[in-house]
Design a protein around this ligand. Structure first.
Ligand code: GZL
Length: 336
């Protein structure tokens, strides 16, 4: 009996000894290590590209630029292994809002969208915030409080407008009357390219008319036909908010019997392949780049947002200006 009780006492002592030692592996310190969660504590699962679920509400397919932008979002998702749910709103805000609501219902990790116009987004973005889903604005920005989006990834449209204004000044040093094809009414690129252009334009150049062609070739052609009917050869310059409208206008100018790029100097924005072809043909004088290949930056920002990182309010894209003199050399390497 005595042997058993001493055996039990020895076992208790051993157990006490083991449990005391277990706590001594970690050297006590006042550095962050002692704050680090111990192996046994659970940490939220870090998202990776391979298990990231993204909902993207795209505007539509209104231009070459948009087509290239969509390709970048889709192809990059495939390359990274991201689970992408994608929708095309046919340029209707109500369709974009419905798509964002469907992504909230699905419980995606992050939502990306390019707001077709600047206003009307606060309610649905608040719903995404309440659901704990970060939202990234891509390409265009919406006019909403800062706390409703993780970041804005896109161009400086005002600067694009300033660049276009300076190029028009260079093309018309003696001044003259010009017309303007505006992008989608209420959209950030249209509003900002409108104001940036006027900031830079020389006093001897007069904008005698300005109408929206909704960023499409058909819209640009139709509005330019009306301009030519009303003003004819008074017009010596055209500022188009995107290349698609400029290309449509070029057709109208030729049908009217004038030489685009010669009788009417043309400055446009986007730098899509069609613009390079028009510059090679001598029908377009300048295109200011607006980079649509935003897929890689978008997913990198999406992963950082999902994993809880605070992002800058705006991540601007890098852009240049292109001219006819080296358009044929550059065309083969253009990605859009
Ligand atoms: C600009 C983008 C514009 C393009 C157009 O970032 O939103 O929309 O300039 C496109 O070509 O339709």
């Amino acid at each position: 009996m005595r042997k058993l009780s001493s055996l039990i006492a020895i076992m208790i002592a051993l157990l006490l000894l083991i449990s005391c030692n277990a706590g001594s592996d970690e050297p006590a310190s006042d550095d962050s290590a002692s704050d680090a969660p111990a192996a046994s504590e659970s940490t939220a699962e870090e998202k990776t590209m391979e298990n990231l679920v993204v909902g993207y509400a795209q505007i539509g397919a209104e231009s070459e630029w948009r087509t290239a932008n969509t390709a970048s979002i889709k192809e990059t998702a495939e390359q990274l292994g991201v689970d992408l749910k994608f929708s095309d709103a046919q340029q209707k805000q109500e369709n974009q809002i419905a798509a964002i609501r469907s992504y909230i219902a699905e419980g995606v990790d992050v939502i990306g969208f390019s707001p077709v116009v600047e206003t009307g987004w606060e309610t649905v973005l608040q719903e995404a915030k309440d659901a704990g889903i970060p939202v990234i604005m891509v390409d265009r920005r919406a006019d909403v409080p800062r706390e409703l989006y993780a970041t804005y990834l896109g161009s400086d449209f005002v600067e694009e407008g300033r660049k276009a204004g300076n190029e028009m000044n260079n093309l018309l040093p003696d001044g003259g009357k010009i017309v303007e094809l505006v992008g989608t009414v209420g959209s950030a690129p249209a509003n900002d390219r409108y104001s940036g252009f006027r900031e830079a334009l020389a006093d001897n150049i007069e904008i005698i008319d300005s109408q929206s062609g909704d960023f499409t070739r058909a819209g640009g052609k139709e509005v330019m036909e009306a301009f030519l009917k009303n003003y004819g050869d008074e017009i010596v310059g055209l500022y188009a908010h995107n290349d698609d409208m400029a290309i449509g206008a070029i057709q109208a100018i030729e049908e009217f019997g004038l030489q685009p790029g010669v009788d009417i100097k043309i400055v446009s924005i986007d730098a899509v392949r069609g613009a390079f072809e028009a510059m090679i043909d001598g029908k377009l004088n300048v295109t200011v780049e607006c980079n649509p290949l935003l897929g890689p930056q978008f997913y990198e920002l999406a992963l950082r947002a999902v994993n809880g990182e605070e992002l800058p309010e705006w991540v601007p894209s890098e852009e240049s200006i292109y001219y006819p003199d080296n358009a044929s050399e550059l065309l083969p390497e253009r990605q859009y």
